[in-house]
Design a protein around this ligand. Structure first.
Ligand code: SF4
Length: 165
């Protein structure tokens, strides 16, 4: 897996101050995408063990609320396989911190359903580590800049755990 960028001390992509990882690769092709440069899977830099460790180290401060995953598309199956190790370690080492994830896929039909477009062997486990999932493609005609944490009104903020409800 490659990643496009990492934003430390990010306050725009989830509650509180977070570390945000933008992975490379997305097949949705939304018109008006905010990050079109990250569509190719080979964009950016390799997500190495050192980068993973840097992200985990950034969680140490008490004021860091947690990790946010964006893209690109974190739920492209090859990106799920690239992220699952980081999520396992987040869960083990920082159980008090939360994980937000942004996806262009739809939770019920594409991710939870075993026949869903992005369901693979690690999807259920990956979902188990996510507290808040912002789902749905970005639809330019439904763009609304007044929405917090969403780009268009069709997208949903799903609380998969009660930790940020
Ligand atoms: S899912 Fe996100 S990254 Fe992918 S094309 Fe749509 S807005 Fe862009």
């Amino acid at each position: 897996m490659n990643y496009a960028t990492i934003k430390y001390y990010d306050i725009a992509n989830g509650t509180g101050v977070r570390t945000s990882l933008f992975v490379s690769g997305c097949t949705h092709g939304c018109k008006g995408c905010f990050n079109e440069v990250a569509w190719p899977f080979d964009y950016g830099d390799p997500f190495t063990p050192e980068i993973e460790q840097q992200i985990l180290d950034s969680m140490k401060a008490d004021y860091i609320a947690g990790l946010s995953l964006l893209g690109g598309e974190p739920f492209e199956p090859q990106n799920q396989r690239g992220l699952i190790g980081l999520l396992r370690r987040m869960h083990e080492e920082y159980p008090e911190k939360t994980v937000w994830c942004y996806t262009g896929y739809t939770y019920e039909t594409d991710l939870v359903d075993p026949a869903g477009a992005a369901h693979c062997e690690v999807t259920d486990e990956m979902l188990s580590y996510i507290d808040v999932l912002v789902d749905g493609e970005f639809i330019l005609e439904k763009k609304d800049i007044t929405l917090q944490f969403r780009g268009s009104s069709n997208q949903r903020i799903l609380h998969l755990t009660d930790r940020e409800a």
